[in-house]
Structure formats: structure tokens, C-alpha cells
Design a protein around this ligand. Structure first.
Ligand SMILES: [Fe+2]
Ligand SMILES: [Fe+2]
Length: 375
């Protein structure tokens, strides 16, 4: 062992400087950051109020031609996120998008998983995913799995507004973000995909639980995920209604997940989609988990208490619960239902072995568990 001579602080500094010169550093200098007792979460709870965005969306639709905005989305930036990489949570981009009557947005493809939740239209706005032309009505969910061609348009007479949820931050994290725009059919570049599967094709083939036509095509583009692309709100709402007298989930009320008919799991590899009914007067218990979640209020109004602070929300508002924040949902209205849609990154965390959850019981004690998906 070499004998330390002179000023030991100076000796340490010399070692640090030498390591920096070798593109390295001493673990002991960053140990506290690398071994936190709890997840260090940069993102903040937040509500984006639709009433504040709606006039800006319509103004953008008037003055931002779609030639300038290849998809006219307004990305909702979390106030705590890395300003050099704005996103809604650590793993998701959420945006309000508006499409004018008659607009056609050209086909593109990307590695990121994407989805749309329809807020407003006259039923003639669409997404075409790998040839299935899906016309959306309020509350409908369309998924665009990574590696599938898709294009958007509005054949109606009213603007179409939806909420996009994409896992772009995940693909950026893995240095796997990739887009393509050169869509061709038979070698000819096209400004839209031909419709090869009619409206609600995938719902007809995969949308009834426990039944699947043997001849149904289950693979779309480069994706190996859910072959069902379109879920109607009326179907989801009917399940919420049919189960509303059950006890439900103590942390989420009457909640349903959209599932991949092929394996019963989440419909996207990195995103879990849910719809939940918070019944009149219901106040759920509190839990926290390492997945982060973005919500959209579809019906009614209510509040979510996040780390002790109350965040009110009403129809079309978007709000987020960042990773490992205690949260509980409240519907204080004695008569009206509250229905909230949510997208979480729980499937990605589970696959990576990073899912962790703590639950408060009705007596206030804390139970730690893992390996279950929660919104
Ligand atoms: Fe896209
Ligand atoms: Fe939760």
C-alpha cells in the first residue's frame, strides 16, 4: 500500500481529476444518487385544464396549416420534466390534437407505441392503422402499436379533437426512437393508405371476450401485439355499468383494463390502458407505485389527492400522477358518475422487474407488494 504523503485532500482531488481525465469517476462520490431510499422523481403532479386549451386548439387550427404541423398536436409538458426533453411524465408524451374538416395527414411509421382517445368529432374523423380505417366517436380508443403504418384525417364537418398518448420517452431512453414517412403501395408513394380492412374490422374479429375467428389475421405490420385496434366507449361503459354494484378495487373503484385478446395482457408492450368509474360519493384508498399514469376525465368531475394535495378535474382535463406518489380518487358528487381514462407505463416496469407498490389499508397501515399492474 502506498503511503499517503502531503495533504490528503489534495491527494483525493488529484485522484478525482485523474479519473475525470480518463472518463471515469469514483462510485463513492455519487453513491447517494445511485442508491436512493425512494425513487428520485423529477416530474410533478399536474392538471392541464381543457377549458384553457380549447380556444388555443381552435386558434391553432385556424392559423397553423397542416403543411407546417405534420400532426397538429399540443404536447402537455410536465412542469418538473427535463426542459431539454419535454414530456408529460418520465415515460409518456400526451397531447391534445385537432384536425380540421377535410384535412388528410400523410402516413408515417415509428418505433414508439401510440394511442388516441377521442374527445370531440361528428364521427367522421379517423385513423387508418395498417389499412383498417377507424372512425372515432367520443370515448373510443385507437391504438397504433410500434411498427405499424398509420395516417389520420377528418372527413366530417366539425373539428376533431383527441388525446394522444405515446411512449416516445421510452424509445428515446433506449436510443430506439425511429420514424419513417416514405409510405408506398406497389412502389408508388401515397398520401394515405388504402383501406384494406373496413371500419371496426378488428373489433368484429377480436372484440368479444372468449371468442376468436380461426381465420382472423393476428399480425399487423411489424408488430406482434394486440390485433384489436379499436375499442368503442359504449362497450367499455357497459362493463363499468354491469359491475358497478361489485366492491371494486379499493384503490381504483370500478376499473377495467383493455386487454390483448391473444394473451390477456396489456394491449401495448409499454402501456396499460384503463377506464374507471368513480361512483357517486366514492373515495378510494391511497396507494403509490413505480409506474406513472396520465389520466383524462371522460365523464363528470372529481379530484385526485396526490401526496396530500387535492387536484380537481372535470371533463376533458388531463392530469398525471408521477411515479411513487401517494394518490386516491374522490367523487364528491352524490348523484353523478365520474369516469376517467388512464394510460400507465406499468407493463414496461413489470417486464423490467421494476414494478413496486405500497398500499395503505383502511386502518392506515402500509402494505408493500409487487408484480401486479395498477393504474
Ligand atoms: Fe404516429
Ligand atoms: Fe394508482
Amino acid at each position: 500500500m502506498n503511503e499517503v504523503v502531503g495533504n490528503i485532500e489534495q491527494e483525493r482531488q488529484d485522484v478525482y481529476n485523474a479519473l475525470v481525465g480518463l472518463d471515469a469517476f469514483g462510485f463513492w462520490l455519487v453513491q447517494a444518487d445511485m442508491e436512493p431510499a425512494e425513487p428520485p422523481v423529477r416530474e410533478k403532479p399536474h392538471v392541464w385544464r381543457f377549458a384553457e386549451f380549447e380556444p388555443l386548439l381552435h386558434r391553432a387550427a385556424e392559423i397553423v396549416p397542416h403543411e407546417l404541423a405534420d400532426r397538429r398536436g399540443i404536447i402537455l409538458r410536465n412542469p418538473g420534466c427535463d426542459p431539454t426533453r419535454p414530456s408529460t411524465t418520465n415515460t409518456q408524451y400526451c397531447a391534445y390534437s385537432i384536425y380540421n374538416p377535410g384535412e388528410v395527414f400523410t402516413p408515417h411509421i415509428h418505433s414508439a407505441a401510440a394511442s388516441r382517445m377521442l374527445l370531440e368529432s361528428d364521427g367522421k374523423g379517423y385513423t387508418n392503422v395498417e389499412g383498417e380505417k377507424c372512425y372515432l366517436e367520443r370515448g373510443d380508443l385507437i391504438i397504433t402499436p410500434g411498427g405499424t403504418w398509420h395516417d389520420h384525417g377528418n372527413e366530417g364537418n366539425e373539428p376533431m379533437i383527441w388525446v394522444d398518448m405515446l411512449d416516445i420517452p421510452v424509445s428515446i431512453l433506449f436510443n430506439a426512437a425511429k420514424f419513417g414517412w416514405d409510405y408506398k403501395e406497389n412502389g408508388v408513394k401515397m398520401d394515405r393508405q388504402s383501406t384494406t380492412r373496413s371500419h371496426l374490422y378488428s373489433k368484429r374479429h377480436f372484440g368479444v371476450g372468449g371468442i376468436r375467428p380461426r381465420f382472423a389475421q393476428t399480425r399487423l405490420g411489424n408488430d406482434t401485439g394486440s390485433p384489436q385496434l379499436h375499442w368503442k366507449y359504449e362497450d367499455v361503459r357497459s362493463v363499468l355499468d354491469a359491475t358497478r354494484d361489485e366492491t371494486g378495487d379499493p384503490y381504483d373503484g370500478i376499473i377495467v383494463d383493455y386487454v390483448n385478446v391473444m394473451d390477456g395482457g396489456p394491449v401495448q408492450k409499454t402501456q396499460n390502458f384503463s377506464m374507471q368509474l368513480i361512483r357517486p360519493g366514492e373515495h378510494t384508498l391511497s396507494h403509490r407505485h413505480t409506474n406513472s399514469t396520465v389520466y383524462v376525465c371522460i365523464e363528470g368531475s372529481g379530484a385526485t389527492i396526490i401526496n396530500g394535495k387535492k387536484y380537481d378535474w372535470t371533463e376533458n382535463d388531463v392530469f398525471c400522477v408521477p411515479s411513487y406518489h401517494w394518490h386516491e380518487h374522490v367523487n364528491a358528487n352524490a348523484k353523478e358518475d365520474a369516469v376517467i381514462y388512464s394510460v400507465s407505463d406499468a407493463p414496461a416496469l413489470e417486464k423490467l422487474g421494476l414494478f413496486w407498490e405500497e398500499r395503505k389499508t383502511s386502518s392506515g397501515s402500509i402494505v408493500t407488494s409487487g408484480n401486479t399492474i395498477s393504474s
